[in-house]
Design a protein around this ligand. Structure first.
Ligand code: 8Z2
Length: 304
């Protein structure tokens, strides 16, 4: 059995192919075949994510809805990958806007409890699911727009960084960044590469070493997000941005995106098993486990 039995089973049940097995699909079919009126909207949902596809525009709205903080648990990651793949394989869908239903939180990043006190098999399965999510999102043929309507540390930031465009609510209380160093852990090379590709080497180097979480206005200055808008205008703005990106022919945009991202994607694909081993070795260390436990305690203390 593969090292990711749950993910493999769920994806098999969903009837979608893993990214590595998918045939290239640069050209999507016309959205509205003549004489075949389509239902205006299709929706699917699970207990972590809801998705609504507007067939007239070809745009899906994907909303994270996993209280309290949309942490990226194994279940969440699995549902996320399946949802992305369903949309990717749906010829009526050309773009997806990703946002959250949880007030003030986009996503709190990887679920720290998935990395604490578990066995080696679990760590391997979890990390494979993190990789899978990123490969699908960063390598998506769809236009991806993140409507960041709350805080977005670490894995949450990775999701936003993996999109084609980031719009954030202009609330300075919301912050975003790869803060792994603050937890005593290290962002893996593909988190780092994704970050560098957005903000450049110097900003990424400083921000990663300090584990910085940047308030929205600073994130804009650094180029970590593309625009800030008042929260109530976020989805409207995301739809307008999406329409601009969708005005171009899919094949030209997709080939260009692939050209820009291929090296980084290929790097992980070529080193996936090694990356999983590295994660397992790293996260199993007693000193790392201690850091994570202390961080969780600090979060709880902050509350009381
Ligand atoms: C070689 C190299 C190899 C690779 C080496 C390894 C690479 C690993 C890469 C890691 C990537 C990551 O994403 S690591 C995760 C980084 N994430 C974070 O640092 C976020 C920490 N959380 C926060 O800052 C805050 O919770 C925030 C999201 C802003 C929300 O604040 P609020 O005040 O609204 O809510 P809180 O009261 O803090 O949180 C509500 C509850 O959710 C829990 N909670 C919050 N974030 C959580 C999380 N990420 N995972 C689990 N649980 C979380 C809290 O403990 C609370 O639990 P109760 O008290 O029980 O209610």
């Amino acid at each position: 059995m593969a090292a990711a039995p749950i993910l493999a089973r769920r994806i098999a049940r969903s009837g979608v192919l893993p990214l590595c097995c998918r045939p290239p699909s640069w050209d999507r079919a016309p959205r509205q075949p003549p004489g075949l009126p389509l239902a205006p909207c299709r929706a699917f949902s699970n207990n972590k994510i809801q998705v609504e596809l507007d067939e007239s525009s070809g745009v899906a709205m994907m909303k994270f809805k996993s209280p309290p903080v949309n942490s990226l648990s194994l279940d969440f990651l699995t549902e996320f990958s399946i949802s992305l793949e369903k949309l990717e394989n749906d010829r009526a869908c050309r773009g997806v806007i990703i946002t959250s239903t949880i007030p003030k939180i986009f996503s709190s990043g990887l679920d720290i409890m998935e990395m604490c006190g578990k066995n080696v098999e679990h760590y391997g399965e979890f990390w494979r699911a993190v990789q899978e999510m990123w490969l699908r999102l960063y390598g998506s043929n769809m236009v991806t727009v993140a409507a960041v309507n709350g805080s977005s540390p670490a894995g949450g930031c990775l999701i936003a960084l993996s999109c084609d465009y980031r719009i954030m609510a202009e609330n300075p209380k919301f912050s975003i960044g790869l803060n792994e160093a603050q937890l005593g852990i290290v962002a893996p090379f593909w988190f780092k590469d994704t970050f560098v590709n957005v903000v450049g080497h110097r900003i990424a180097e400083r921000s990663l070493q300090l584990g910085s979480l940047h308030p929205a206005p600073e994130a804009l200055k650094l180029g970590l997000v593309d625009e800030l808008v008042p929260e109530e205008k976020l989805l409207e703005k995301a739809s307008a941005v999406m329409a601009r990106w969708l005005a171009l022919p899919d094949h030209a945009r997709q080939l260009t995106k692939s050209m820009m991202r291929k090296a980084v994607l290929d790097h992980l694909v070529a080193h996936r098993e090694e990356d999983i081993k590295n994660f397992i070795n790293f996260i199993s260390k007693e000193s790392i486990q201690k850091s994570l436990r202390m961080y969780m305690e600090m979060l709880k203390k902050k509350k009381s």
